[in-house]
Design a binder for this molecule. Structure first.
Ligand code: FAD
Length: 278
């Protein structure tokens, strides 16, 4: 019998009327997998606060569990408090608590320097109301001073009250397994859910991977580069590679899979269709 594995899907808040309609369609297609939740990202410095909130409320009104991301950099405690109250009033029970990328230039970092401070603040303000997810980095955060320090900083978020973590995407499953082993060795036992990035477009993926510190292994990079002008072949290769990655993770007993959708359902439906799950 196929195992039941919870899935979750991440969206960004759309800007345009067409984008909103597209996301509704994407959501209705992905709903067939009965996801545990749909999460919605939060633009750095609060740039998408209203759109994130509107998207989250729409998802919640459709009867699904919505999980807003909150990134705290450049925000005041008052702004975060107001957001938490709005989410509580709407019956939201899950948040993804993040620092966000530090803005360049002379912009104030606000009342929070790191995500552990946000987690701590949310617990102080709202107790156990929210299930709190935090970010984890199997290949380490780009600003990490060392692997050990990054791990110690991850532990701060867990000790501040995180219930589970979602990882940055990776294409090397061993990085994830090594990270989880290190967590267990350090008595970190919360579920660490792999974040899965389907391959939609090589140029975009290479640029984003460079910024966020996710490695595209050489064998994969060279094969993707060879398909630079052949989108159907690139996407087919991407579906095979990401399906195999997911199968390997599932075989090793991961608690769940979280997909970065970029508001598209087609590629993910092919990947999920390839997996031995219901
Ligand atoms: P932190 O946990 O604060 O870590 C950031 C860096 O600081 C790390 O190098 C860490 O080692 C170090 N550090 C942490 N705590 C301390 C401390 N107390 N003292 C000293 N150093 C410390 N970004 C968005 O803007 N919006 C989103 O919606 C969003 N969603 C995301 C979802 C997921 C699943 C992931 C993995 C990332 C997401 N990001 C998002 C990106 C994220 O905001 C960036 O990676 C950001 O640079 C770090 O956020 P964090 O919460 O991991 O920060």
């Amino acid at each position: 019998m196929k195992p039941e594995i919870p899935l979750s899907f991440e969206f960004f808040p759309p800007k345009t009327v067409d984008g909103i309609a597209n996301l509704r369609e994407t959501r209705s297609q992905l709903a067939q997998y009965k996801p545990e939740f749909f999460s919605v990202t939060f633009g750095a410095g609060g740039s998408t606060t209203d759109r994130t909130r509107e998207t989250v409320f729409e998802i919640q009104d459709e009867g699904y569990q919505a999980a807003p991301h909150i990134s705290c950099i450049s925000s005041s405690k008052e702004e975060i408090r107001e957001l938490l109250l709005a989410y509580q009033a709407k019956g939201i029970k899950r948040l993804v608590a993040l620092r966000g990328d530090v803005p360049s230039g002379e912009v104030s970092v606000g009342d929070f320097k790191h995500a552990n401070e946000l987690v701590n603040f949310i617990r102080q303000e709202t107790g156990d109301w929210f299930h709190l997810e935090v970010a984890a980095y199997p290949e380490f955060h780009p600003e990490a001073l060392s692997a050990a320090k990054d791990m110690a900083n991850f532990k701060r978020k867990v000790e501040a009250g995180a219930d589970s973590a979602i990882t940055q995407y990776f294409y090397n499953a061993d990085a994830y397994f090594s990270f989880v082993d290190n967590c267990l060795a350090d008595a970190i036992t919360i579920p660490i859910v792999p974040g899965i990035m389907p391959i939609y477009n090589y140029t975009q993926l290479a640029r984003f991977s460079g910024v966020c510190g996710a490695e595209i292994p050489r064998w994969l990079r060279l094969r993707l580069e060879a398909y630079a002008d052949d989108m159907p072949s690139l996407r087919a290769l991407g579906v095979d590679v990401v399906s195999e990655l997911c199968e390997r993770l599932l075989t090793c007993g991961v608690p769940s899979l979280h997909f970065y959708t970029l508001n598209q359902a087609g590629t993910i439906s092919k990947i999920v269709g390839n997996l031995n799950i219901k």
